[in-house]
Design a protein around this ligand. Structure first.
Ligand code: HEM
Length: 95
């Protein structure tokens, strides 16, 4: 009987110890999950010039049709013209 009590005490002590360790070893401010789509670049080429269209992917009226790391010249001119490239695409242009 005494042995059983001792064993139960050890088991309870272990549970308390493990729970306590898990609680105190957890970071107080766990890092927020970051969406890699929001931070990574998405570089496309139009007429030999590179643009990082990552910010455009969410706002583009034509949807997220971008295929990163490809030449999208034909796709772009299938829908838009040089004037849109000259005006609205300049802010995405890479140096
Ligand atoms: C490399 C490909 C493309 C790029 C860089 C591009 C870029 C842009 C930009 C800068 C705008 C103006 C800002 C905005 O409204 O978000 C725009 C507008 C728009 N895009 Fe695209 N676009 C591309 C392909 C396409 C395609 C394939 C479609 C249709 C399937 C499309 C449909 C539209 C529409 C409907 C608008 C709004 C109306 C307009 O300004 O013509 N785009 N795009």
């Amino acid at each position: 009987m005494k042995t059983i009590r001792i064993l139960i005490s050890i088991a309870v002590a272990n549970i308390v110890l493990v729970t306590g360790l898990a609680y105190f070893s957890a970071p107080a401010n766990p890092p927020k999950s970051t969406d890699s789509q929001n931070t990574a670049q998405c570089i496309i080429t139009i007429s030999g010039i590179k643009y990082d269209v990552q910010p455009l992917r969410k706002s583009h009226s034509g949807g997220d049709i971008f295929v990163c790391d490809t030449d999208m010249t034909n796709i772009f001119f299938g829908q838009h013209d040089q004037s849109l490239l000259n005006r609205k695409m300049q802010k995405y242009r890479l140096p």
